[in-house]
Design a protein around this ligand. Structure first.
Ligand SMILES: [Zn+2]
Length: 146
């Protein structure tokens, strides 16, 4: 098999949840740059608002966010307007085929729970996975009237 017949291995999903020091890298280009969104800044409508509560561990705060999200925001349709608009914009980009990076400041790199010592304080989980799931959910369910 010649070099040109070898397809570039797809190592990234269309939506990736990254730590703040991570980005996509390719062996060869050109690629359309992914859209990058910080998802835990103070002004971000889809930040994990439980993150900053004193005494709540990050792991717990992610669980709390996920519960709020599916129970209140989705089931009971209590999603704040700004968050709704944020999702609508991401779904549009997702359907247009753009790569989307959801960048969270809760960890430097993803998957560091496997590491020991200092790195272990960065969680494997991130509320970004809830966001990713919801964008994909919305994109595949056009008639959902939330
Ligand atoms: Zn996070």
């Amino acid at each position: 098999m010649s070099e040109s017949n070898v397809h570039k291995r797809k190592i990234y999903n269309q939506i990736e949840v990254f730590g703040f020091m991570e980005k996509r890298s390719w062996i060869e280009g050109p690629e359309i740059s992914p859209l990058r969104y910080s998802i835990n800044n103070r002004n971000c409508p889809v930040r994990n608002s439980f993150d900053s509560i004193e005494g709540v561990e990050r792991k717990e705060s992610i669980k709390l966010f996920d519960n709020l999200f599916w129970q209140s925001w989705h089931e009971e349709r209590n999603m704040p307007k700004e968050a709704k608009e944020w999702f609508e914009a991401r779904v549009k980009e997702f359907k247009a085929g753009r790569d989307i990076d959801l960048v969270c400041n809760c960890r430097r790199f993803k998957g560091q729970d496997d590491d020991v010592g200092l790195l272990a304080k960065y969680p494997l989980d991130c509320h970004g996975y809830t966001l990713k799931k919801y964008i994909e959910f919305l994109a595949g369910n056009l008639n959902i009237g939330y």
